[in-house]
Write a new protein. Structure first.
Length: 95
């Protein structure tokens, strides 16, 4: 009897799986849509926060710490200097 119950429940779960998967995909799509719209609406605030955080990281740059290594990696991968341009480094203690 218990085997029949397990098979019946398994069959019900397997047959409803496509609907669950479709619902999951719809929820993921909606979450991405909300994130994209939020990013667009708050793009100026996000840009300001990133600029302030980047300048703070530049002020704490010592050439050896983990924050410095992260800053080096960002600049190497993006092929850029400073938060606005190379003159930003002139205002730091490191240079």
């Amino acid at each position: 009897m218990s085997e029949f119950i397990v098979l019946a429940v398994s069959n019900g779960w397997v047959s409803s799986w496509p609907q669950q998967y479709a619902m999951f995909l719809i929820l993921v799509f909606l979450a991405e849509l909300v994130a994209g719209i939020s990013g667009f609406v708050f793009r100026h605030e996000i840009k300001d926060i990133l600029r302030v955080s980047y300048k703070s990281a530049m002020d704490k740059y010592d050439g050896t710490g983990p924050q410095s290594k992260t800053l080096d990696t960002i600049q190497r991968n993006l092929e850029c200097c400073g938060s606005e341009n190379y003159t930003d480094w002139g205002n730091t203690d490191y240079f």
